[in-house]
Design a protein around this ligand. Structure first.
Ligand code: FAD
Length: 498
């Protein structure tokens, strides 16, 4: 430890050294100064040009910054269930009405489906509407749910809870899928219908017309060094302009955040709330494999005030596969809680470990989920664009399902856009076309009804009894009264009594 006087001298030297370096370089860099207390480089969290403008950075002087621009009717950001369903529906309608419609979709993953976490329980309602003949088309829905279990875990025991018809955890009629495979299949259908798909391209920036309406997107530049300077292989991204741009980036997309600000879309809703979901795919001992079985649990290792739970799905994909995962609401109050460690502990529960023993984990990943539901839905449309899928947050939280609602929102967006942009009498007041009909139609659809009916379940867990209070609330107001209670609870953080 330094004595106080020497420490402050050291600190002053550090500040002087940093100022000197900052004077030399305006651009973001990793700094090391021999006079600093620590020799570790101080690296920037980001070097992105939206944070550190390049026009003030001498390293970018003289670089060719012009972007090639292309025009489409509709541009879609994100090749997840929402974006692909929108693209498919647009081309289905265009083909039905024999209209020329150019639909381009950019996806940041190198292949469609590559950024999608595997292992999900799919409610096929939207798929039935999009492709009534999905079976003949070879959709990879190979595992109908045959067995459904829900339990409360204690440290050593599993207490089974009956799943009554109508409860959110009832999976009768659903399918266990490898979501990445399903999304890849949607991509193939979209391409067959004539959608132009560009995998490996991230939309990095929203472009605006002079009147403020959305004009399209610019894809990411490539060939930039970690310190934010251009490499020899630097290549500028390209611009994709459209009459309407659809944003289907999934939960917490960075372009959606720009749009929230630009169009003030979150003015009349509650803030979004989030959870983290960890997922793994295991090959297990064949003797323990029960294809079609779905298991959910709440309770241990989480305490009653931490929202979360587990899932374990037995897939039927030609080998003894199980998809398992753990979701933890990010409003937990214990600062020492680590969702990943809780997941690890859960895997050691006697009733889980016996399934995994002797098995091999072959894939894993983590992703954020929206938990705000109905109360946190922003305004969905603005001049030149709209939000679809988990980007605005159509996740049905108690069901842990958002694929069917994401798909349906994409389809509704497509139907509203098609009607508007093929209208010969269209008289748009802005250069980017505004399609408020999407939001109006969505409010009349089953998505709205579904999200409205479960709106109070997540916030009801914020009570003195936590999990148990929430379960009783769900039993009374969701199961008996179907979510028709005349009040809507707010998302409030649970605070421990002092
Ligand atoms: C742990 C966990 C378990 C789940 N379990 C289920 C379940 O059992 N059943 C169910 O129905 N749902 C489940 N879900 C939810 C489901 O995964 C989502 O609701 C669904 O994937 C939402 O679809 P989406 O198209 O809106 O977004 P996403 O599936 O997230 O797709 C968005 C796509 O956009 C791409 N993208 C993002 N930003 C950009 C950009 N700037 N440029 C280009 N591309 C971009 C991403 O790479 C991604 O491919 C689960 C989610 C989690 C996290």
């Amino acid at each position: 430890m330094f004595p106080a006087s020497r420490y402050s001298l050291q600190a002053r030297r550090c500040i002087r050294a940093l100022k000197a370096v900052q004077g030399e370089h305006v651009a973001p860099q990793a700094y090391t100064t021999s006079r600093c207390c620590s020799s570790a480089p101080v690296s920037r969290i980001t070097t992105h040009y939206t944070v550190y403008p390049r026009d003030k950075d001498p390293r970018w002087e003289g670089m060719e910054m012009e972007r090639f621009a292309d025009e489409a009717d509709v541009v879609i950001v994100g090749g997840g269930p929402a974006g692909l369903s929108a693209a498919i529906r647009l081309k289905q309608l265009a083909n039905e009405h024999e209209k020329e419609l150019r639909v381009c979709l950019v996806e940041k993953a190198a292949q469609i489906g590559a950024h999608t976490l595997s292992g999900a329980c799919l409610e096929p309602s939207a798929l039935n509407e999009l492709f009534p003949d999905w079976k003949e088309r070879g959709a990879p829905l190979n595992t109908p749910v045959t067995e459904d279990k829900f339990s409360i875990l204690t440290e050593k025991y599993r207490i089974p809870i009956p799943i009554l018809p109508g409860l959110p955890m009832n999976n009768h009629g659903n399918y266990i899928v490898r979501l990445g495979h399903f999304v890849r299949w949607l991509g193939e259908q979209a391409e067959e219908l004539g959608v132009e798909i560009y995998p490996g391209y991230a939309a990095a920036e929203v472009l605006f017309h002079e009147d403020g309406s959305a004009k399209g997107i610019a894809t990411n530049d490539v060939g930039i060094a970690k310190d934010g300077s251009p490499k020899d292989v630097f290549e500028r991204g390209m611009e994709l302009h459209a009459k309407v741009t659809l944003f289907g980036e999934g939960c917490h997309g960075h372009l959606a955040k720009q749009l929230y600000k630009h169009f003030n879309l979150r003015e009349n809703c509650e803030p979004q709330t989030y959870a983290i979901g960890l997922k793994e795919l295991w090959v297990i001992d064949e003797k323990k494999w029960r294809p079609g079985r779905v298991e959910h649990s709440v309770g241990w290792p989480l305490n009653r005030h931490t929202y979360g739970g587990s899932f374990l799905y037995h897939l039927n994909e030609g080998e003894p596969l199980v998809a398992l995962g753990f979701v933890v609401g990010l409003d937990y109050t214990n600062p020492y809680l680590s969702p990943f460690r809780e997941f690890q502990r859960w895997k050691h529960h006697p009733s889980v470990a016996c399934t995994l023993e002797g098995g091999n984990r072959i894939a894993y990943g983590a992703r954020a989920l929206n938990e705000g539901g109905f109360q946190s839905l922003p305004k969905l449309t603005f001049p030149g664009g709209m939000l679809i899928g988990c980007s605005p947050g159509f996740m049905n939280v108690p069901k842990i399902k958002g694929t069917h609602t994401a798909m349906k929102s994409g389809m509704l967006a497509a139907e509203a856009i098609f009607k508007k942009i093929t209208d010969d009498n269209l008289d748009s007041q802005t250069a980017g076309i505004h399609v408020p009909e999407y939001e109006e139609n969505l409010k009349k659809s089953w998505i709205w009804k579904e999200l409205y009916s479960v709106r109070n379940i997540r916030p009801s867990f914020h009570n003195y009894f936590g999990l148990y209070g929430g379960m009783i609330y769900t039993g009374i107001f969701y199961w008996i009264f179907r979510g028709k209670e005349p009040w809507t609870l707010k998302h409030a953080a649970w605070t421990q009594p002092s």
